[in-house]
Design a binder for this molecule. Structure first.
Ligand SMILES: Cc1cc2nc3c(=O)[nH]c(=O)nc-3n(C[C@H](O)[C@H](O)[C@H](O)COP(=O)(O)OP(=O)(O)OC[C@H]3O[C@@H](n4cnc5c(N)ncnc54)[C@H](O)[C@@H]3O)c2cc1C
Length: 729
């Protein structure tokens, strides 16, 4: 409803006419008539009693439309008025719901900051502010400077903010004992503000993408230049992450999760900084036109900026998140926490009961089998995976949790599998060997013949059979379809000749998924096999990586593979590969767990006394660890969306790549920053604290390369998510 309404009324001309105060009275009256500012007011107080999620969706629409109305301020203030037990509040609420008054709230304590900038203060008749333990309703507060007097722009973003002196009011009503209700209202304002800001940024990115599809330079559309498309893909990923994190925060508040307040602080910092930056990046896509006042690009930038600036430096909110997550720094106090009631929230980020049950079983398994020696051998082992542990995992139905029952697996959901993998990762168990096989049995299940499924899947489910992935070749990695390894028909068999690079687990594998050339056409000449390799014609040499991975060069010399091991049609490999890559990109749990791992390692290091005191009391250290924690949450929120879409058969091609890009790049860059912060302790290798940071810094590099480099992920996001032109053939 709001999308339609804003589309009709928040047109470019109307938004500009509302500048510089940023208020369109006619649009506001329509919103009041439709009851929108009352959407969080309980029904028995004259509102529609909607949930926090509804309010968030309204804020998103207002952001996307750049609607020149103080919607979120009014929604939050009206709800607060409804919750206050005082006749002044009731009267004001009545006036607000009837459109006779407009209320807003002040963001800082009026006792310590009597003069402050108030969102919507330029058009509000009443300001609700906190003073000590009381909420004060100020009517007719004295204006210190007009946002604009008709002679030009008086503030950054054309929002209806106003410097007010809250001591100098025409009327004041004091309602004692209302601090918690007010703080909950402020928290709600932040949540809605973050959602609004993310959608302002999304609008900016989408219009820049559209422009990049039309504008030409040097004989090409500018969207074909990766200097344009990759920047937009990065910004789009961050902003979509902000949006999902906002939804996730609502879910956490509704469930009363202990970290809900920290999530809200993380959300504000993430949305404000990445959203604002995204609008700037989008503006630059328009070149000189982006700076012109008649273009929307500068308007998005200024609006997002104003939304950010009004609440003060967003880094303070990240420090607050750090206080909530790690406890206050020396001499500090724990922040007060008050959160809004969420009502009935229809969004659900929980993995569900079967995932909970699977997690319990996985924890119990870890408890029985875990040891320091096992963890070290898993991390360091270049030679595979302990067969006894693998057999035990298979017996417990924890080796390949999603393997269907008809093939002897436990048939759990993708979410339950993610819960199992997260549990193992939390325990510090690195399971590369089953990890690769886990990806590839799904390709067999998706595209293999029934005969092949019957032959292989039950054996894989029992454990002890391993698969490897042979995509990359010496001359082609990202450009998978340029493969030169040949498959030639010989009777019932195919004969494979060629060489593959970086075939991880290829020194232990029983079957390799091989991308082969069966015809001259680059795309229509590709066929896939999952061929047995423990036979003549297959050999391996070792590659060691900076991240302590062992991977391999694999050689195929007249390797005979029966036709029944073909996956998909002859020359139909592109279709199978597309599905295989989608399977590879569907989860992202790997990266989330690694990000949580770097946070744990950094906290372990930072919580011990150092030569200059406890590192965890240093704000730079707190900010760095908190940022890693935020990025883990953003990746997690994006990953849950992707997993859900995969399970529902509603995959959008850019969503998996977003998880991979956000997760791997975050892991790498957070690790590098912590590597420097924890120096010189990080000079030494080790298994905990600084040693783990050092390991992460090396290991994370490959994560931005395998399973498609970050550049390839950016291209996929730009093309599938933003409709930008393809830059690869
Ligand atoms: C630890 C590790 C394990 C691996 N495991 C496996 C495995 O099991 N099986 C397997 O098949 N492969 C595996 N790989 C290989 C990996 O998939 C490739 O390294 C990766 O796809 C990149 O290919 P490349 O190394 O040939 O680099 P290239 O494709 O040559 O790329 C070189 C650089 O150019 C950039 N680039 C390439 N094309 C474009 C483009 N269109 N636009 C912009 N930039 C571009 C890349 O991003 C990269 O920065 C593994 C790699 C590592 C590091």
């Amino acid at each position: 409803m709001l999308e339609r309404l804003f589309h009709e009324h928040a047109t470019g001309a109307r938004i500009r006419a509302a500048d510089p105060v940023g208020f369109d009275r006619e649009l506001w009256d329509i919103l009041v008539e439709q009851g929108v500012p009352a959407l969080r007011v309980p029904e028995d107080r004259g509102g529609s009693g909607m949930s926090l999620m509804h309010a968030l969706l309204a804020a998103e629409q207002a952001g996307r439309a750049l609607a020149p109305v103080p919607l979120i301020e009014a929604v939050v203030a009206n709800r607060l008025l409804a919750l206050l037990d005082a006749s002044e509040a009731r009267e004001l609420l009545e006036d607000c719901l009837a459109g006779r008054s407009l209320a807003t709230l002040a963001l800082r304590d009026a006792g310590s900051a009597p003069r402050q900038v108030v969102p919507a203060g330029a058009v509000a008749d009443a300001v609700l502010c906190l003073q000590g333990d009381a909420v004060v309703i100020c009517r007719g507060a004295s204006r210190l400077a007009m946002p604009a007097d008709g002679s030009g722009q008086a503030q950054h973003g054309a929002i209806a903010a106003q410097w007010l002196d809250l001591r100098e009011c025409r009327e004041r009503a004091v309602i004692p004992g209302a601090r918690v209700a007010f703080e909950a209202a402020l928290a709600e304002w932040r949540l809605l503000g973050a959602a609004q800001l993310a959608m302002i940024a999304r609008r900016a990115i989408e219009s820049a993408a559209q422009y990049a599809c039309e504008r030409e330079a040097f004989g090409r559309r500018i969207g074909e230049y990766q200097g344009v498309s990759h920047v937009l893909a990065d910004a789009f990923t961050s902003v979509d992450g902000a949006r999902m994190l906002a939804w996730r925060t609502v879910d956490a508040i509704a469930r009363g999760e202990p970290d809900a307040a920290a999530l809200l602080s993380m959300l504000w910092w993430w949305s404000a900084t990445t959203g604002h930056e995204a609008t700037l990046r989008a503006l630059r896509v328009f070149g000189g036109y982006g700076t012109a006042m008649e273009y929307d690009a500068q308007l998005c930038y200024r609006r997002a900026g104003a939304q950010l600036l009004i609440a003060g430096d967003p880094e303070r909110e990240l420090l607050r998140a750090a206080d909530l997550l790690f406890g206050p720094a020396a001499g500090g106090t724990a922040p007060a926490v008050a959160l809004p009631g969420a009502g009935e929230v229809v969004i659900d980020f929980d993995w569900g009961a079967d995932a909970d049950a699977a997690r319990v079983r996985a924890r119990e398994f870890v408890r029985r089998h875990d040891s320091e020696a096992l963890r070290r051998s898993m991390r360091d082992s270049l030679d595979g995976f302990d067969p006894a542990l693998e057999a035990a995992l298979a017996a417990e139905g924890l080796l390949y949790p999603e393997m269907p029952r008809e093939y002897g697996g436990p048939g759990l959901s993708a979410c339950a599998a993610a819960a199992v993998h997260a549990t193992f990762a939390e325990a510090g168990w690195h399971m590369l060997m089953p990890g690769v096989t886990n990806m590839l049995w799904k390709v067999v299940h998706h595209a293999g013949s029934d005969r092949l499924k019957q032959e292989l899947l039950p054996r894989i489910a029992r454990g002890g059979v391993h698969l490897a992935m042979g995509y990359t070749e010496p001359g082609s990695g990202s450009d998978i379809f340029a493969a030169r390894t040949t498959a030639t028909r010989r009777g019932d068999d195919w004969v494979i000749n060629g060489q593959k690079m970086f075939t991880s687990t290829g020194h232990r594998s029983d079957y390799n998924l091989m991308v082969t050339r069966t015809g001259p056409d680059k795309h229509r000449g590709i066929t896939l096999f999952l061929g047995p390799v423990k036979q003549a014609g297959y050999s391996v040499t070792e590659i060691r990586t900076i991240g302590d991975d062992r991977t391999n060069v694999t050689f195929y010399s007249d390797l005979a593979v029966p036709d029944r091991y073909r996956i998909g049609e002859v020359n139909g490999g592109v279709k199978v590969l597309a599905a295989a890559l989608a399977i590879e990109q569907s989860g992202g749990d790997l990266y989330i767990n690694w990000l949580h791992g770097i946070c744990r390692a950094a906290l372990e290091w930072a919580d011990r006394p150092g030569p200059d005191g406890r590192p965890l009391d240093d704000p730079r250290v707190r900010l760095a660890i908190a940022e890693a924690a935020v990025r883990a949450q953003v990746t997690d929120a994006l990953s849950r969306r992707s997993l859900w879409a995969f399970a529902q058969g509603r995959v959008r091609k850019h969503e998996g790549p977003m998880v991979k890009l956000m997760g791997s790049e975050s892991w790498m860059w957070c690790s590098q920053r912590l590597l420097r912060l924890a120096a010189p302790d990080t000079l030494l290798r080790g298994y905990e604290g600084a040693g783990l940071i050092e390991w992460s810094a090396r290991r994370s590099i490959s994560s931005t390369i395998f399973a498609g480099t970050s550049e390839i992920q950016r291209s996929l996001i730009a093309e599938a998510g933003l409709g930008l032109p393809r830059t690869r053939s």
